[in-house]
Design a protein. Structure first.
Length: 201
């Protein structure tokens, strides 16, 4: 395989929020294969059941698991401390009595932005949804669009950068004020996340 790129060797610990979802599990499994590169994962979930799902799918030595409330800025900042990168996977596609779009998307994004500033995170990768737009008539897409905007606007004046990836059929990647179109299938999302996670600063 050869020596890993310097961006991977220097990455250190990666924080994965919403780590118990399909993409989170696949990403953690992929990161586990990078252990020889000195790469370590810290998974953040909201419940014991979610933590158990991660433990059942990922080798214990490959990931540290934290259970916390995504609205708790101090708890998120503590989890992010020592992490150069964050992959923010918190989100829902359908609201329930106990899970609202505003909490899962906008509030979680606001907490993460504040926590990233406290913890000194270098980069946040945010997989979003094709069609995400604050003006969308679809409540989910509108909420995801607002979450994107929160993270993008919070980069101003901060030391970290944000990449938003819309992962269904086409993605718009915004990096430090630049926009780049990139298309890929959902099945390859974890590889695209890794690509932008380790993109040189």
């Amino acid at each position: 395989m050869g020596a890993p790129p310097s961006s991977i060797r220097d990455a250190g610990r990666v924080l994965v929020t919403g780590a118990n979802g399909h993409l989170g599990i696949r990403l953690l499994q992929r990161l586990a294969t990078r252990g020889s590169d000195g790469l370590q994962a810290r998974a953040v979930v909201r419940s014991r059941n979610a933590a158990e799902a991660v433990r059942a799918a990922v080798p214990a030595e490959a990931v540290e698991i934290r259970i916390l409330d995504y609205q708790d800025v101090d708890a998120v900042a503590d989890a992010a401390t020592g992490c150069a990168h964050v992959v923010h996977l918190v989100g829902i596609l359908k609201e329930t009595a106990g899970a609202r779009y505003a909490d899962a998307h906008e509030s979680a994004a606001t907490s993460l932005a504040r926590a990233a500033e406290k913890a000194g995170v270098r980069r946040i990768v945010y997989p979003s949804i094709l069609g995400a737009d604050p003006a969308s008539p679809n409540p989910c897409l509108a909420s995801k669009g607002r979450a994107e905007r929160i993270l993008l606007e919070e980069t101003t004046g901060n030391t970290w950068e944000i990449a938003t990836l819309r992962i269904f059929h086409c993605s718009i990647l915004r990096f430090a004020g630049r926009s780049v179109s990139t298309c890929f299938r959902t099945s390859s999302a974890k590889f695209r996340v890794l690509k932008y996670l380790f993109r040189p600063s």
